[in-house]
Design a protein around this ligand. Structure first.
Ligand code: PGA
Length: 258
């Protein structure tokens, strides 16, 4: 894993957006794996700015989102589909047919999940996957005890995730209990991965993911098995890392440092 520690959230987002742009400059028809939540918001803002100010082109880009709440239609304000349209897609020149977001309202989840996996394969696999991390160490909605070989499927959300996400809903009871999510195995097949984290409330999960054992109790720790994962952290999220001095020391020595 490559660890990149930045002073604050804005710097994390700038570095992450720069990495996306670099991918698109070298491969204009890249396949991006996208995440929702508070963390990637600033990255999407920066990508929108780059699209307007610098002509960053999304016309050949394909995207696959990680997850969606079961039971929410795309026009529900808390659905991840709505989030993506409001915070990224409607501001850039990506063709609608290139956008893939798991359906929270399909009649047949099993068939849908198979189709989603096939679709990723048909598009040549994900070139760059953006990930946040939950306070329980989850990536996408792969909650503790998720199989590290899991594929796209329905997951029951952990109590901690429901509590964390209640801030977006009128009341905690409104948070859906189920979600459709890419699996850990699906995510690990991405060619490049960026894990983003900001804030002291993520410090324990980040330390467990980077320095703890590989365990399904912290599904982000499975990224230790991936060859090209870059963790971009602000100083607070990096606060519990034991080897922080080492990471900072080598950070600027790498010839390919972002
Ligand atoms: P957040 O969510 O970016 O809103 O903190 C991260 C996650 O749960 O994956």
């Amino acid at each position: 894993m490559q660890i990149n520690i930045q002073e604050d959230y804005d710097a994390v987002c700038r570095i992450a957006a720069g990495r996306v742009a670099k991918t698109l400059y070298s491969k204009p028809n890249a396949v991006l794996g996208l995440a929702t939540g508070s963390t990637p918001l600033g990255v999407y803002k920066e990508l929108i700015r780059m699209h307007h100010d610098e002509g960053l082109d999304f016309s050949q880009v394909t995207t696959f989102n990680l997850d969606e709440y079961v039971g929410l239609t795309p026009n529900h304000k808390q659905s991840y589909s709505y989030f993506m349209w409001e915070n990224l897609f409607k501001h850039i020149n990506i063709p609608r047919q290139n956008i893939h977001i798991p359906s929270g309202t399909t009649d047949n989840y099993e068939a849908f999940c198979r189709w989603y996996e096939d679709c990723i394969k048909q598009r040549g696999g994900i070139d760059l996957q953006i990930l946040g991390i939950g306070t329980d160490g989850h990536i996408a909605f792969n909650e503790p005890s998720s199989s590290l070989g899991s594929r796209t499927r329905i997951k029951t959300l952990a109590r901690q995730t429901i509590e964390d996400n209640a801030r977006f809903f009128d009341k905690p009871e409104d948070v859906p209990v189920f979600a459709i999510t890419m699996g850990v195995g699906t995510i690990l097949e991405s060619r490049d991965i960026m894990l983003l984290a900001s804030g002291a409330n993520k410090a324990a999960a980040v330390a467990a993911a980077i320095e703890g054992p590989v365990t399904s109790m912290c599904t982000a720790s499975a990224l230790q098995l991936h060859r090209e994962t870059l963790c971009i952290l602000d100083r607070q999220a990096a606060g519990d890392l034991k080897m922080i001095e080492y990471y900072e020391w080598i950070q600027n020595k790498r010839p390919d440092a972002p």
